[in-house]
Structure formats: structure tokens, C-alpha cells
Design a protein around this ligand. Structure first.
Ligand SMILES: Cc1cc2nc3c(=O)[nH]c(=O)nc-3n(C[C@H](O)[C@H](O)[C@H](O)COP(=O)(O)OP(=O)(O)OC[C@H]3O[C@@H](n4cnc5c(N)ncnc54)[C@H](O)[C@@H]3O)c2cc1C
Length: 364
């Protein structure tokens, strides 16, 4: 059954309450496993990894018992820390090699590669805005390591369609698969894909032992490529009711936290900056999703335009926003996001090194 991403805040909190971190660890690698489906809410800043962890720990699990789950949450924080410290648009550790094209295989865009586990996942992505982690890895592996496409444009294609599109997690993960943010490219063969997607295919271009798959020529199915040129539809701005003497809280694609300064009086603006969306386009499904999520924030008003034009047009004086690497031209009072560990900051070259530090803090 396809998952439905509800947007009512109380329903989202119920989903946090339903997490089963033990069963999660046993099944998370299966395309139909007991994953949380919470990433669209984390990416959109409705809830945080810290909030999720605290909620699970209230049920008296120890960190050790639920370590696989905690680690996954920390992967999210880790990539956010990387994006604070580095430009994730450039190859982080190694230059991706070999690269035959800077576009995207047409059969990936069409979801017609012939590998059912991946084609079904792409169809589901278009329909629901979600793709299971393992299928994201398979897709990126076929694009970067089999079709030899440079990771950047295909990553933008996936980001565009994901409700949980998060440029830090996205770019770092694509780079990880392509060997640009890791020491080894990731490969999966047909047997592996069959196992985790419950398909049963043989004699495909991926039905090979690993020693061979790592050296194959680009198969015919992935030879044709195209440029990704997405449509972008942002809603029009209406006239805002602003009291410029009051504080203004800025919400955006990465911050839709209904609890943020909830009990204070002021202006609440959902800012959609066309320049940011031109650089990182998202689908209409994703825009509709955030408009619905924003309904959880009392009194919020929509502004489509730049931060600077908003401030100047409405003579805003006391502006507050949450820190995020993509809020580059904001000014005013900056507030921290929630982290599982606020104290572990800066760039760690490996997740393992980051995790060891965070784990130490958690076990204290
Ligand atoms: C090529 C590729 C692209 C990706 N792009 C994105 C993206 O744009 N946005 C995004 O949020 N995640 C991205 N991921 C990471 C991961 O696939 C998703 O976070 C996860 O599938 C979300 O589903 P879930 O909430 O059901 O995850 P669960 O398995 O239930 O995990 C719980 C939470 O842990 C975190 N998490 C789990 N796995 C990862 C991971 N591998 N990396 C980082 N955090 C993780 C997420 O916050 C997730 O919500 C990408 C992974 C790959 C391989």
C-alpha cells in the first residue's frame, strides 16, 4: 500500500509516537520495511531529529538497544553539519571518475530502465514524492556508476520530486554513492535488488557478479541521456497584513515549525524566494505539500519574493529566522536549529568519527 503523507500537525506527532525502533532495525533495508516515513516532516522543519529521539527515549529504550535507529537520525544531522562547513555542490573527497556525461539517463527519467525494483520506485516517487533509501541508492548507483553520469544534475532531479528533498542529505548521499564523498563507489547487482525489492529478475544488465559489474561498459538501456529542465510553479503573493512594530518570524521551505515562538504575537511569513527555487527547483507536489503544512502555523502569510524585497517593502525591523546553509542572504536575529547533539559541531570527514562523538554525549 502506498504511504500517505498527512499534513495535520497532530497526526504527524502520532506518527512519531508509533515508531517501533526495534522492528525498524530488522526491516529498514527492505523496500517495504518498517521505516518511519518521517523525513518529509524533518526536511521541512516541522519536527526535528532531537524531538524524535526524545520521544522514543521516553519509552524507556536505552541508546544501545535502539542504536541502528539513533544512528540513522544522526546521519541526517551529520550531513547538515557537512553542509554548514563545506560547499556540497562540489565533490567533497574525490573527483567523481569516470564521468561520461553531465546529464541524466532518459530511461531513469522515464522509469523505464528494465530493472523493476528501480522502475517501480521511480513511478512511486513521481506519484507520492517518496522513495525508499535502498531504492535511492540503487537509482544513484545506476546513474553514476553504471551510466557514468556526473552526480549533480541527477541529484537535482531526485531532489525536485522528493517531499523530503534536503539538499545536504541529497548531495552528500549522491556523492557517497558515486565515490566522490567516499573511498569506494557503491554497487548493487540484480540479486541484491531482487532481495530487497521483492523482484525476481534474471538476465538483466545488472545480473552479474560484483567483480564484473564494476567494469561493465554502459549498457544500451542507459546510453541515451537528457538534460533535466524542470517546471517550477510558485504561488503568487498576496497583500500582507503586517504590523512593522512587531517581530517578524520567517518560515521557508526548510522551516515550518508550528511550535516556533508559538505563543508570541508578531508577523509570521512563509517566504518563497524564486531565486533559491531557480537554483534548487522542486515539484508542484512539494509546493502543495508545504502550503498544507504551513496551515499548522497560526496566522502565517505567504510571500513570494526575495528576503530583501520583503523586508524593504514592509519596513520590517525585528526579524528572526532559523539557521540553515541555504538562507545565505537573510539578516536579523538568527536562531539555532535543533540537533541531537548541539555540542558536536564542525566538519567530520567520516560519519563514524561524528557518530563516536555524538554517542559519547548521548551515553553520558
Ligand atoms: C541518493 C540518495 C538521496 C537522498 N536524498 C535525501 C533527501 O533529499 N532528503 C532526505 O531527507 N534524505 C535523503 N536521503 C537519505 C534517506 O534516503 C532518507 O532520509 C530516508 O529514506 C527517509 O525515509 P524515512 O524517514 O522513512 O527514513 P527512516 O529509515 O525511517 O529514517 C529515519 C530518519 O533518519 C534519517 N535518515 C535515515 N537514513 C538516512 C540517510 N541515509 N541519510 C541521512 N539521513 C537518514 C532521516 O532523517 C530519516 O527521516 C537520500 C539517500 C540517498 C541514498
Amino acid at each position: 500500500m502506498e504511504h500517505i503523507f498527512e499534513t495535520d500537525y497532530n497526526r504527524i506527532l502520532e506518527k512519531i509516537d508509533q515508531i517501533d525502533p526495534i522492528n525498524y532495525a530488522k526491516t529498514r533495508n527492505n523496500a517495504d520495511g518498517a521505516v518511519t516515513y518521517l523525513s518529509p516532516y524533518i526536511s521541512r522543519g516541522v519536527i526535528s531529529t532531537k524531538e524524535i529521539l526524545n520521544s522514543v527515549l521516553k519509552k524507556r529504550y536505552s541508546i544501545k538497544e535502539i542504536e541502528p535507529f539513533v544512528k540513522e537520525l544522526c546521519w541526517r544531522d551529520y550531513f547538515q553539519r557537512v553542509a554548514q562547513a563545506k560547499d556540497v555542490n562540489t565533490d567533497l573527497k574525490n573527483i567523481q571518475y569516470p564521468v561520461s556525461n553531465y546529464s541524466i539517463p532518459s530511461n531513469i527519467v522515464k522509469g523505464a530502465t528494465g530493472i523493476k525494483g528501480v522502475d517501480n520506485a521511480i513511478a512511486k516517487l513521481y506519484k507520492t514524492g517518496y522513495m525508499h533509501n535502498h531504492c535511492r541508492m540503487y537509482t544513484a548507483m545506476m546513474v553514476c556508476n553504471i551510466a557514468q553520469s556526473y552526480w549533480h544534475q541527477p541529484a537535482k532531479w531526485m531532489y525536485y520530486h522528493l517531499l523530503d528533498g534536503d539538499w545536504a542529505s541529497n548531495a552528500c548521499s549522491w556523492q557517497w554513492v558515486a565515490g566522490a564523498n567516499s573511498q569506494k563507489k557503491y554497487y548493487a547487482n540484480q540479486e541484491n535488488i531482487n532481495k530487497y525489492t521483492k523482484s525476481n529478475q534474471e538476465n538483466t544488465f545488472l545480473d552479474l557478479p560484483y567483480e564484473i559489474i564494476e567494469k561493465i561498459e554502459i549498457p544500451d538501456q542507459l546510453k541515451e541521456t537528457e538534460n533535466f529542465s524542470p517546471a517550477l510553479e510558485l504561488p503568487a503573493t498576496s497583500d500582507l497584513q503586517i504590523n512593522s512594530e512587531l517581530p517578524t518570524w520567517i518560515y521557508n521551505y526548510y522551516n515550518l515549525d508550528p511550535l516556533w515562538h508559538k505563543d508570541k504575537i508578531g508577523n509570521r511569513i512563509l517566504l518563497l524566494d524564486p531565486a533559491l527555487f531557480a537554483k534548487y527547483p522542486v515539484s508542484k507536489i512539494s509546493i502543495d505539500f508545504i502550503l498544507k503544512l504551513s496551515k499548522n502555523i497560526y496566522g502565517i502569510q505567504l510571500y513570494t519574493g526575495s528576503f530583501d524585497s520583503l523586508v524593504k517593502h514592509y519596513n520590517l525591523k525585528n526579524i528572526c529566522y532559523k539557521e540553515h546553509p541555504l538562507n545565505i542572504d537573510y539578516y536579523g536575529t538568527i536562531e539555532n536549529r535543533d540537533w541531537i547533539s548541539e555540542q558536536v559541531t564542525g566538519y567530520y570527514p567520516s560519519f563514524f568519527a561524528y557518530w563516536k562523538k555524538v554517542e559519547k554525549k548521548l551515553l553520558k
